[in-house]
Design a protein around this ligand. Structure first.
Ligand code: FES
Length: 132
């Protein structure tokens, strides 16, 4: 019985190690470390700058999301907006976007936001910026 537990535990550790190794591969392929999980408050967007991109990072119901930070209507930073459930409201003219999908759900914006994949490894948060 103890042997079984040790065997499974070793298997789990090996899987975790491989995943971390895999993340460093992904980092090379466009994954960027952006923050510790402890630095991101629930329902409080965090502004990020990755290269030329302005990105807003969100923690909603214990899950992490990333979208463009610049509103698609005019120039305003969504990270300064108001989170209402899984929607971000622009601070300038109150356009609303669904955070997980980036879809416009309220005018005056009519163009969706880009969204970016987010991975958490231990306490480290990574955002994927696809290479063009
Ligand atoms: S700038 Fe965001 S709604 Fe106008």
């Amino acid at each position: 019985m103890l042997f079984d537990w040790v065997g499974k535990n070793r298997e789990w550790r090996n899987t975790t190690a491989l995943w971390v190794e895999d993340m460093s591969e992904r980092r090379l392929a466009g994954w960027h470390y952006v923050a510790k999980t402890s630095e991101i408050e629930e329902d409080v967007p965090k502004a990020l700058r990755i290269g030329d991109l302005f990105i807003a990072l969100y923690k909603i119901a214990d899950r992490y999301y990333a979208t463009d930070d610049i509103c698609t209507h005019e120039f305003a930073m969504l990270s300064e907006g108001y989170v209402d459930g899984d929607v971000i409201e622009c601070p300038l003219h109150q356009a609303r976007f669904h955070i997980p999908s980036g879809k416009v759900v309220g005018p005056p914006a009519d163009k969706d936001l880009r969204t970016f994949a987010v991975q958490v490894v231990g306490e480290d948060v990574f955002v994927e910026i696809p290479e063009e």
